[in-house]
Write a protein that binds this ligand. Structure first.
Ligand code: ZN
Length: 472
């Protein structure tokens, strides 16, 4: 398939080279509960299953390199090597939207696709920042296949990165969400499309069902789970939006606005800020997190602002009904890493954070306002983020003279379609589980049982899907 504008479109978005950076030593993580140091490839502390690990990069002056994309921040990314790509954070100072909102110092992190602004995320969302560092880091540890569940944008990012790097990516996605699973097909470099494997959960629209099936596949077939919030490469990739703001302005923003599903982007922004503060060059104040969700499905907002407990498996039909109502479908996560040590609650607590519930109408209004002012489109999730900023201003929750970073986490799909042919990814398997449960632990080798015996083999009841955890 040919790129639509091979002459002027960014056909050479990536160079398929992997440049080792010998200055980096073996990376360790620190358990945020007990302080134990662990190899950075590990996803959880053996003693503290409810705590996140955080990568412990050497403290040195903040010195972005001249890489064109995300790997200009290789000092704060887990892989030793880098990849020459234009995919990377795009931050610019806003004039028009700032004027409309009455703000004196607004920066926009536009992490979709808008070459006019210098934004080259080829799957139109900031998930591209997670996929490349994750796959490179896994490869450096001898792992060449990864499995993940996704509701759309994460799958696109990992599928594209896998095809780019020749890294096997196995995606589990609810069948109803398959239309969101596409990737662009640039003329250069050649993509290894046979590295992308898709399993659809038949007749399902439930992301959580895909998570359960993926966890079962990972456990039973010995694959490596992508890891979700526990994957430091994902968090630190997302945190590069804050690093780019610091590179351009020499400062941390006072306020950070983002729409969240899992809330991991909020954790990432907080952690990136702590790393910059540790250099001694950025003062001591962390940005205040302003995390937005799309009403009527806003479990993080309900937990932080209204004190409600998050129950991913309670009244699932009602949760799915509310998920169906929201326009920013990528924000629907029933089981965010809220209460983990170092998780969303801690990030909000440590930054004096606020949360928001933004209606579809508010998000749509904000989307139109952004496009009119800035001349580029944003996705509904970014409309939710801007809707939250408007709510904060209406309620005098911030000083309009203070510095604000608005993270547009997705947008520009129409521009991507203008410049590229997009390839719809089709499932290689359709699985129709009534209930996703593991069978009994594998018994020791013995003669094959009879069919009658097989039919009485019971599944283990009540096995709750765990948070994504490390494979030992
Ligand atoms: Zn620990």
């Amino acid at each position: 398939m040919q790129a639509k504008r091979a002459d002027s479109a960014p056909a050479t978005d990536d160079q398929a080279t992997n440049t080792p950076d010998s200055a980096k030593g073996p990376l360790e993580s620190i358990c945020l509960s007990c302080g134990k140091r662990l190899p950075a490839i590990q996803r959880a502390c053996p003693d503290c299953p409810s705590a996140l690990l955080r990568a412990d990069y050497p403290v040195k002056p903040f010195q972005p390199t001249n890489h064109p994309g995300i790997f200009r921040f290789a000092d704060f990314l887990p892989p030793t090597g880098t990849h020459d790509t234009k995919i990377g954070p795009c931050v610019y100072r806003s004039d028009a939207l700032a004027a409309k909102l009455g703000l004196a110092n607004l920066h926009i992190a536009y992490n979709g696709y808008a070459p006019e602004k210098g934004a080259w995320n080829l799957t139109a969302s900031f998930k591209d920042f997670e996929a490349l560092p994750t796959l490179l880091f896994l490869r450096e540890h001898g792992i060449n296949a990864v499995s993940l569940a996704s509701a759309g944008n994460t799958a696109r990012a990992f599928a594209y990165a896998g095809a780019l790097l020749g890294f096997n990516v196995h995606i589990v996605i609810p069948e109803a969400l398959l239309p969101r699973l596409w990737i662009p097909t640039p003329t250069k470099p050649a993509l290894a499309l046979d590295c992308v494997h898709v399993t659809a959960v038949a007749d399902s629209r439930d992301y959580f069902k895909a998570i359960e099936l993926n966890q079962l596949i990972v456990r039973e077939f010995g694959l490596t789970d992508e890891g979700g919030a526990r994957n430091i490469a994902r968090r630190d990739g997302m945190g590069t939006a804050v690093l780019e703001h610091a590179r351009l302005t020499g400062e941390l923003p006072r306020h950070y606005f983002q729409a969240v599903g899992s809330g991991t982007g909020g954790i990432a922004a907080w952690e990136a800020s702590l790393r910059l503060i540790a250099t001694g060059e950025f003062g001591a104040g962390v940005p205040q997190l302003h995390l937005a969700q799309n009403a009527p499905f806003a479990p993080i907002h309900d937990a932080w602002t209204h004190g409600k407990t998050i129950h991913p498996n309670a009244d699932i039909d009602d949760q799915l009904r509310r998920i169906d109502e929201i326009s920013a479908a990528v924000l629907a996560n029933r089981n965010p890493p809220y209460g983990l040590v170092g998780g969303v609650r801690d990030a909000l607590h440590e930054t004096d954070g606020r949360t928001y519930a933004v209606s579809n109408a508010e998000a749509a209004f904000a989307q139109a306002m952004f496009e009119e002012a800035e001349g580029i489109p944003i996705g509904p999730e970014a409309g939710v983020a801007l809707g939250a900023l408007r709510q904060a201003l209406e309620h005098n929750a911030l000083d309009p003279n203070e510095s604000i970073l608005l993270h547009v986490t997705g947008g520009g799909e129409s521009l991507l379609r203008r410049d590229y042919d997009l390839m719809q990814l089709e499932p290689t398997l359709r699985i129709a589980p009534k209930k996703v449960t593991p069978a009994r632990p594998r018994p020791p080798p013995r003669p094959l049982p009879s069919l009658a015996q097989l039919s009485t083999s019971a599944a283990r009841p009540g096995d709750e899907p765990a948070q994504a955890t490390a494979k030992s």
